[in-house]
Each structure stands twice: as C-alpha cells, then as structure tokens.
Design a protein around this ligand. Structure first.
Ligand SMILES: NC(=O)c1ccc[n+]([C@@H]2O[C@H](COP(=O)([O-])OP(=O)(O)OC[C@H]3O[C@@H](n4cnc5c(N)ncnc54)[C@H](O)[C@@H]3O)[C@@H](O)[C@H]2O)c1
Length: 360
C-alpha cells in the first residue's frame, strides 16, 4: 500500500539520535508532522543530542512545510508510550530508539532489555491498540518501521548476508535483542494485521554521528595525538553506509507498507517485510582508516604531515565483534528500487568537515 508523508503524523522514536535526527530533518522537508520522542540518555555526549534537537526545532520554525514536536520520554514506560499514541494518533511509526552498541551490552545488559525489548513491546502494543481509536478520519498506524541491525548475522559464514539466511546464533546481547524485535514484529503482524517493516542497518556513519562508533572515536583519539586500536589485526571488513543513504532508504520504505491479504486458511498473511540496508561493498578496516586519516588532514583536524601508521596499534579481536559485514541488497533494490551509493571518501569528507567545524 502506498502512503503519503505530506501531512502524515510520523512518530519517530529516538529522534534526537543520529539516524532519528537525520530522518526527521528529511521528513520536515517532505511536509510531515513529526512527533519525536527520546529519553536523552547519556550513553554518549548529550550535547550532541541537544544540538540535533536545536537544529530540528530551528528548521521547523523556519520555512519548512512540516512541523516538529518533541516529547522527552522513555519507550520502556508503557503509560508514556500509550499517552503519546493517544494524543498524536500517528499514521506511521519509525522505531529507532534503542540502546545501541555491541560492546556496551557486555557490561550494561539491563538497559538493552528495557529499551530494546520492553520498549519495542510497548510500541507494538500501542500500535495494536491504535486501531481501537480508528474512526472516519484516523485509521490507526498504517505502517510500523523499526531498526534492526547487521549484527544479527553474527559470524554468518556465507557472504553477502541475506535476509533469507538463518540467523539464530547471535554473538552479543545487542544482536539478540534486535533479532527478538524481528520475531516480535512478525507475531504482531500476524496476530493483528499490523503492516511492519524491519530494516537491518549496516554500520551507519556521517556528520553529527555517534561518538561511540569507531570512526568517530578514531577521529577523537588521533586529534589528541593518541594511538588507535585496530581490532583483529586489521582483518576486518565493514559494509559502511552513509547516513543520507539510510534516510533515503527509510523514506522509501515508510511509504510502502506491506499489503494486507488473507491466506488460504482465511486468516491474514502477516503484512511483514524485512530488508538489509547497506552499501553492499565491504571495505577493509585499514583502507577505511587510511581514507579517514586523509580526510581529517584535508579538513584541518590533523596536520597535513600526520603519521597515521605511527598512531595505529594492531590488536586481537574483541568479544561480541564479527570479522565481516556485507549486505545483500537485492530485495531492497527489487522492492524499493534503491540501494545506497555514496562512496566512502565522499561520506568521510562530509564527516571530517563537520567534525572540524563542530570541534574547532
Ligand atoms: N548507527 C548504526 O550504525 C546502526 C547500525 C545498526 C542498527 N542501528 C540501530 O538504528 C537505531 C538508531 O541508531 P542511531 O545510530 O541513531 O543511535 P543513537 O544512539 O544515536 O540513537 C538512538 C536514540 O534513542 C534514544 N533512546 C535510547 N533508549 C531510549 C528509550 N528507552 N526511550 C526513548 N529514547 C531512547 C537515545 O537517547 C538516542 O538519542 C537504533 O535502533 C540502532 O540500534 C544503528
């Protein structure tokens, strides 16, 4: 079913986050009524989240057709989620709020269960009950889109990773919660005919990104003249995806809700879809670091004669990490006529320039 974003109420959870902010900016351009929720937790520098909200509010008060309302709240709080659904009656919900990070889940498991499991369950329940409120004007949630992750593939030996592959052996609690989201969404789609689409994101990077991610941490360390650690002795490949490409994929997916229809048993066939969204071009970590270094020098973050090699330490692999991620994007291309295309140098240049201006 094709939906329109203009004048649609889009509830974006994790709106002050990296992807949620970028998506909300784009939705404002498209004339959507954006309701953002975020608990503003301090997993990483809160001032970045505040800055993103400031830019969003600034944009919404300017020339844009769309509007932005921010609600500070926690999706693990059922009453808060229910009251937001009741008050704003969302047409499309995009669940991006989650505790991210593979390594952090080793020492902080509780927050993953609260945000990623209970929080997502609350979103599913509120979506289910949105149909109780349907009337001549409001139809309930017409599409629930949610973030999954390439980490569900764990140590999948077959590349590229396809959504058809069996992914029952997560190597981190984070991955287990993301896989659980897909299972929960499937059951709710089947039981309550909720159109839902899960997106497995592959290492998203870009300006005003996440300081906990490797590329950002590398920039911080190199700027301070410290060494950076390259895990698995550099034998690591990542399918990096530029944030604008993720946003483009998200808006294409948001307007294409899986169709509702009944099966031979007379019961609904779950209107459920799941896609990889990644560049489909894995890059060796050492090549990535070398382009990042060049772009940081180009942007003036590092001196032009900076010796990258002297600041790199090759170390063994960490628990929870995987040696390769590689997205098979065939299904996304087939159904959405889209695949991410921004090359690494262009994306890292945008990051380096933003970094130079933000931390000048
Ligand atoms: N960035 C990536 O490379 C990547 C890769 C795979 C999957 N993902 C997934 O994409 C989504 C967005 O990621 P991101 O990179 O923007 O991360 P992010 O941490 O920048 O954004 C998540 C936002 O959600 C908020 N949040 C966390 N728990 C919450 C809760 N219980 N209630 C309300 N708000 C809460 C945080 O404050 C944060 O602003 C996440 O679900 C993440 O797991 C991201």
């Amino acid at each position: 079913m094709d939906l329109s974003l203009e004048n649609s109420v889009c509830l974006i959870t994790g709106a002050a986050g990296f992807i949620g902010y970028n998506l909300s900016m784009r939705l404002l351009d498209m004339g959507a009524i954006v309701i953002g929720i975020d608990n503003m937790n301090d997993y990483y520098d809160v001032s970045l989240k505040e800055e993103r909200l400031r830019i969003l509010e600034d944009k919404a008060s300017g020339e844009t057709e769309g509007s932005f309302t921010f609600v500070k709240g926690d999706i693990s709080d059922k009453a808060a989620v229910d009251s937001i659904f009741e008050e704003y009656k969302p047409d499309i919900v995009v669940n991006l709020a989650a505790q991210a990070g593979v390594r952090y889940s080793i020492d902080h498991p509780d927050v993953y269960i609260a945000s990623n499991i209970i929080g997502f369950y609350n979103i599913l329940e509120a979506t289910r009950h949105s149909y109780d409120r349907a009337d001549g004007q409001y139809m309930g949630v017409r599409h629930l889109v949610y973030a999954s992750s390439s980490s569900v593939y764990g140590q999948n030996a077959k590349i590229p990773f396809s959504t058809e592959d069996k992914v029952d052996e997560p190597v981190s609690l984070y991955a287990a919660t993301k896989k659980s989201n897909e299972l929960l969404a499937h059951s709710y789609s089947k039981l309550y005919n909720i159109p839902s689409t899960g997106l497995r994101f592959f290492t998203v990077y870009g300006p005003i990104g996440r300081p906990d991610m490797a590329y950002f941490g590398f920039a911080d360390k190199l700027k301070r003249g410290e060494n950076i650690k390259i895990f698995n002795y550099g034998n690591c490949q990542r399918d990096f995806t530029y944030v604008d490409d993720i946003v483009e994929g998200l808006v294409r997916v948001m307007v294409k809700a899986p169709d509702k229809h009944d099966g031979e048993d007379g019961l609904p066939v779950p209107p459920y879809a799941l896609y990889n969204i990644g560049g489909g071009r894995p890059v060796n970590l050492l090549d990535f670091v070398s382009i990042l270094g060049e772009e940081l020098m180009g942007a003036g973050v590092l001196p032009t004669d900076f010796d990258m090699e002297a600041h790199m330490e090759l170390v063994p692999m960490q628990r929870g990490d995987v040696p390769v991620t590689y997205a098979d994007t065939e299904a996304l291309e087939r159904d959405m006529d889209y695949r991410p295309s921004t090359d690494l140098r262009t994306g890292l240049r945008a990051f380096a320039r933003w970094y130079a201006s933000f931390y000048k």
